[in-house]
Design a protein around this ligand. Structure first.
Ligand code: HEM
Length: 197
């Protein structure tokens, strides 16, 4: 949501995309964006994926241990050695992502923007980002979480216009909160919200 407040053209593109697939009821009321509508909203999905890449809620997965000595890329990880993964760094690797620090949802879309293309969040073919981990211990709720992110962002933006508060800017810098193992905004988001008619 912070990126959609900072970049109003992205917020508007989601609204336009929803407008194309939604109907207004015969009472003139807006319908709620439903689960079955979400698959017709590729730009919305791209925004959610880009958020998970650029601002993964956890910068690490749960710690794992190796059950035997493992030689990997010239390193030896001894049996029972604790291994963690730099989730945020993986998603911001300039060797893999062009202009990685820029919030650019289009990177997940095909050329004409009609679908999310060539990307597998489970990392079963290749790992370019892993906000939910990867492999056997991947977050079992990853599909559920993505569905809820799409559902909430769609309805929040469809019903309300989110703008920066007077005199404020959106600061996207992060702070790690080890108590909850989560990443929070260093400066909490302040917005002005009005009903979208
Ligand atoms: C955006 C939301 C979420 C993110 C980014 C996320 C991310 C993660 C990550 C990184 C792991 C560790 C994977 C690993 O160790 O390799 C994990 C594990 C797990 N997550 Fe999530 N998660 C999310 C939402 C949820 C939700 C909503 C639930 C439950 C309703 C959930 C349940 C679990 C469970 C049970 C595990 C442990 C799996 C295991 O150790 O086998 N997660 N999640």
């Amino acid at each position: 949501m912070a990126n959609l407040v900072k970049y109003p053209h992205m917020q508007q593109r989601i609204v336009d995309e929803i407008t194309r697939v939604m109907t207004v009821s015969n009472k003139g009321e807006k319908e709620e964006v439903q689960e079955e509508d979400l698959e017709k909203l590729p730009y919305l999905k791209a925004v959610v994926l880009e958020s998970l890449r650029r601002h993964p809620p956890g910068h690490f997965v749960l710690p794992h241990t190796v059950t035997e000595d493992v030689a990997f890329n010239g390193y030896m990880v001894p049996k029972n050695g604790l291994v963690n993964f730099m989730v945020a760094e993986i998603g911001r690797d300039p060797k893999v992502w062009e202009d990685p620090m820029t919030f650019k949802p289009e990177r997940f879309l095909n050329e004409d923007g009609s679908r999310v293309e060539g990307f597998d969040i489970t990392g079963s073919k290749e790992i370019k980002m892993m906000p939910f981990g990867a492999g056997r211990r991947i977050c079992p709720a990853y599909n559920w979480a993505i569905f809820h992110l799409e559902y909430f962002v769609a309805n929040l933006v469809w019903n309300f216009d989110w703008k920066v508060s007077n005199g404020c800017d959106v600061d996207l810098s992060e702070k790690l909160e080890f108590t909850f193992e989560a990443t929070l905004m260093k400066t909490p988001l302040e917005t002005h919200i009005s009903h979208r008619i």
